[in-house]
Design a protein around this ligand. Structure first.
Ligand SMILES: Cc1ncc(C[n+]2csc(CCOP(=O)(O)OP(=O)(O)O)c2C)c(N)n1
Length: 677
């Protein structure tokens, strides 16, 4: 069999499996797999470094199918290569509930899927993070242990999304020369020809961001092979714009949007089979071809064996550290650092903004956890994410630990997903909480994939003051709390900030947002507690002296207001307690008895948060009083804003007394207490 025939057969196997699986599911996207089969066959058979028997081998090349709608391309290839969990039955169950072959690739569903994709642009931007992580790890552990490439297959839609610009520019700037993007340049999107909405010259666009870029015929095996070889050897990040025909081989639908996102239909499938000279029934592969593909699955086994030998040969300390980092285990230094901070704050309270407290916590954490990779989207002095001694990551220089992501929040969040997925590093980075909106699609994917990505989001309310309503988050806490599997922490002081950092780092299967203030706060937790109380999500920070009539619940900067309100209420003979609520999610996870005890029996519950009410009813009940925001903020000094919007201790007192006036008679014990003064 000539190489040409062998290549055609291998590529056609991908095409047939893909079109048949889509047809069987009666849903899916056959066009991309049929158009990109030549590229995939060449990439996996000759260039990509992987080992099907060691799918998590740390030094494997990463392949990201950014155009996740073409998922059958990936599933077909994984099956053909012999990944154990990608059986032919999984292909037959494409898009069915509980199968590994979800509509779009999902991280963790099957080996060989490096990230969840589907929202266009995310895969490409995450791949930039993977390529960054590779260089960062290489700078720490050297070529013997870390020396691999990241390949991305991106569609027109991937490149049209705004996030792609952030990703391309960042990769070009940092000189991520182990990154290869293959553009499926088929000129077709859902609505029809790409000319309906775009006329960008992608090659010029990439070149403008310092990429090497080339055009090839995406169906010419020699051209693909040569381009991949060149890209791999290049000292520049490389774009291969591969001109392809969507739905290649389908008699009527090839080259048209009709092959993009629906089953081809039996007639077209029969025509395509004829074009491929393919005589086998659906899901049946000729044994010789199947064996040839499986053999390729073992192609780089010698490379993974060689890598294992090299790992054995490094000094034990380095090996242990490499393995620890890859495992994601945090060293014991973290717990010790947090205890030390908390003891220090108990001895000598600090009244600082929680963004400053976060910096203090990070100072201690970064000193003990070298796997922490910090950053900011051009708000470094505001986010306080760059701690003492952290060197910058610079173009071509990856020894540092701090990434200036530029004004690219979305790209930053997606890159952090890629860094976390790559393994060996823990990414954290900052922006203003208001710009969580600019990160949201990537935050959602961090949560969906269960990745430990830590978002440091400062300037968390009207408390940021003069910058005004464009910068003042109001609905953001509620919106973020609505994302499943995401920790939203809003610490009230330096002690809680240290605790929330500890929780974020301990939670290996969840991303965390840490919402932090710009303004200084009085330290609310004075006494040292060994237990990480924020781990409870909500806890009584100031008990009632007697039977409470009012329970005050607050988060972050408003805990200070709750504490002051308690004093005012007390002066009026009204017994109140304060519960700090740094995390709704952690509180919801507590057992019923703890939750009930913490919610307490006081007839009046008041929630205080400089944000909208949504979500608070779970704590204060629908008849609870909420002291917070009802609309957008305003520009002015923050103390005035708090007064203007009625988020003050006096407002709490007023509301409580008004409600008490209507409430049932005060209990005997309370009356007694009042009499006693
Ligand atoms: C962020 C986002 N917007 C919209 C979609 C829905 N969608 C899926 S594929 C696609 C575009 C298809 O064009 P292209 O990317 O060129 O893929 P091809 O048709 O070549 O397979 C769109 C709009 C999506 N998956 N993600």
């Amino acid at each position: 069999m000539t190489d040409v025939v062998k290549h055609a057969l291998m590529a056609n196997a991908i095409r047939v499996l893909s079109m048949d699986a889509v047809q069987a599911a009666n849903s899916g996207h056959p066009g991309l797999p049929m158009g990109c089969a030549d590229i995939a066959a060449l990439l996996f058979s000759k260039h990509l470094k992987f080992d099907t028997s060691e799918p998590c081998w740390p030094d494997r090349d990463r392949f990201v199918l950014s155009a996740g709608h073409g998922s059958m391309l990936l599933y077909s290839v994984l099956h053909l290569l012999g990944y154990e969990d990608m059986t032919i039955d999984e292909l037959k169950r494409f898009r069915q509930l509980g199968s590994r072959t979800a509509g779009h690739p999902e991280y963790g569903h099957a080996k060989g899927i490096e990230t969840t994709t589907g929202p266009l642009g995310q895969g490409l931007a995450s791949a930039v993070g993977m390529a960054m992580a590779e260089r960062l790890m290489n700078a720490r552990f050297g070529d013997d242990l870390v020396d691999h490439h990241t390949y991305v297959l991106a569609s027109d839609g991937d490149l049209m999304e705004g996030i792609s610009q952030e990703a391309i520019a960042l990769a070009g700037h940092l000189k991520l020369n182990r990154l290869v993007v293959i553009h499926d340049d088929n000129g077709i999107t859902i609505d029809g020809a790409i000319g309906l909405s775009d006329s960008t010259d992608q090659v010029k666009r990439f070149e403008a961001s310092d990429w090497r870029a080339m055009r090839i015929d995406g169906h010419d095996a020699d051209a693909i092979d040569a381009a991949l070889a060149e890209a791999k050897a290049s000292d520049r990040q490389t774009l291969i714009a591969a001109r392809t025909t969507i739905g290649w081989g389908a008699p009527k639908k090839a080259g048209t949007a009709a092959s993009h996102g629906s089953p081809l239909g039996l007639e077209e499938i029969a025509g395509a089979r004829k074009a491929y000279l393919w005589e086998h029934e659906p899901f049946i592969l000729p044994e010789e071809l199947a064996a040839a593909w499986r053999e390729l699955g073992r192609r780089s086994r010698h490379a993974s064996d060689g890598w294992k030998e090299r790992l054995e040969a490094v000094d034990p300390g380095t090996r242990e550290e490499f393995e620890r980092r890859i495992s994601g285990e945090i060293g014991p230094g973290l717990g010790e650092a947090i205890v030390k901070l908390k003891r220090g704050y108990a001895e000598k309270p600090v009244n600082v903004a929680t963004r400053k407290a976060s910096e203090l916590a990070l100072d201690a954490i970064n000193a003990t956890a070298p796997e922490m990779i910090g950053g900011s989207a051009d708000l470094t002095p505001s986010n306080n994410t760059k701690t003492k001694g952290l060197e910058d990551v610079a173009p071509g220089k990856f020894g540092g630990r701090f990434i200036h992501y530029g004004i690219r929040e979305h790209g930053m969040a997606a890159a952090m997903n890629g860094i976390a997925l790559h393994g060996g590093l823990i990414p954290y980075s900052g922006t203003f909480l208001i710009f969580s909106d600019y990160c949201r699609p990537a935050i959602r994917l961090s949560a969906l994939m269960g990745q430990r990505v830590i978002y440091v989001m400062t300037h968390d309310s009207i408390g940021l003051g003069e910058d005004g309503p464009t910068h003042q988050p109001v609905e953001h806490l509620a919106a973020l709390r609505a994302i499943p599997n995401l920790n939203v922490f809003r610490p009230a002081d330096a002690v809680e900030t240290a605790e929330c950092w500890e929780l974020a780092l301990q939670d290996r299967t969840r991303p965390s947002i840490i919402a932090l203030t710009r303004q200084n706060l009085i330290q609310a937790r004075k006494a040292y507690t060994e237990e990480n109380l924020c781990g409870r999500g909500a806890y009584e920070i100031a008990p009632a002296e007697g039977d409470a009539e009012v329970s005050l619940f607050a988060s972050g900067s408003e805990v200070e207001i709750a504490m002051a309100a308690r004093v005012l209420l007390d002066a009026r003979g009204i017994v109140a307690r304060v519960v700090s609520v740094p995390s709704f999610e952690k509180f919801a996870e507590q057992d019923v008895s703890y939750r009930e005890a913490t919610l307490g029996a006081a007839p009046i519950r008041i929630g205080i948060e400089a944000a909208i009410r949504q979500g608070w009813d779970a704590i204060i009940g629908s008849d609870g009083i909420f002291v917070g925001m009802r609309g957008f903020g305003a520009s002015g000094p923050y103390e005035e804003l708090y007064r203007h919007f009625g988020i003050t201790a006096e407002a709490v007192l007023e509301q409580a007394t008004a409600r008490l006036g209507q409430a049932a008679p005060i209990s005997d014990s309370v009356r007694d207490m009042r009499r006693r003064g």
